[in-house]
Design a protein around this ligand. Sequence first.
Ligand code: SAM
Length: 256
Amino acid sequence: MKAKKCLGQNFLINKDVINNIANSINVQKDDLIIEIGPGMGALTKELKKKNSFLLCYELDTDLKPYLNALEDDKTKIIYEDILKSNIKKDSKDIPYQKLFIVGNLPYYITTPIIKYLISLNLDVKEMTFMVQEEVADRFTALPNHKDYGSITLYLKYFFNVEKLFRVSKNSFNPVPKVESAIIKLTKRENKPEVNTEKYFKLISDSFKMKRKTLRNNLSNYDFKKVEEVLLKYNLPLNIRAEELAEEVFVDINNSL
Ligand code: SAM
């Protein structure tokens, strides 16, 4: 089948990579795996070997000839945009224990997919995704690194985010322009105690202009209170957001 660029179709052809992804997911028979974008079923076939419940969302109905044969009483394919899916409703009759989400994601909507899944408020144990390597670096960056930003802190609030391994572009057909990586997002148990709406606005505002100081980016905030927190951590008042760890943001947030 001719891959559709507009749907981010780069099909995995490297068996080792497929096995490594499947092996990194530690599911039991009575767990549910949701696969996003099964494509021609390269990863789906490997996931089926785990004998868990498997629910796949694929937008492209032209892939039916490849995916039909994979359906059985534990595996279902839903032809729908994942961004419009109702996972809670679709999975309500499945007697599963833990929920896992997996996918070699269509790169043009990586962040919207992850944000959408978060918005559904599902009780997900782990999400394992193939993403563009640059995006993996942004999601897993540490303070004082150029890739550290509001999305890093946003994801960190919900998950422990790790980069598992790099994937060469030659592992796909067609070969994409960018290198890729597998990331794992594991549900975080000890989330910071914050008003999330206020906290996510604070981190987004703090990184608005990356090269500016925190003081400049937070000009609409009561900076006296921010200063007090910075002084408590012995940090200079002309610091930039990129240099601040999560606990400092949480402290700033709760002082405002
Ligand atoms: N899993 C397959 C593999 O690894 O070979 C295909 C991965 S390919 C990078 C991404 C897949 O996501 C494609 O099959 C594409 O049709 C599908 N897709 C794109 N946009 C989607 C959407 N909004 N909802 C569900 N699937 C989508």
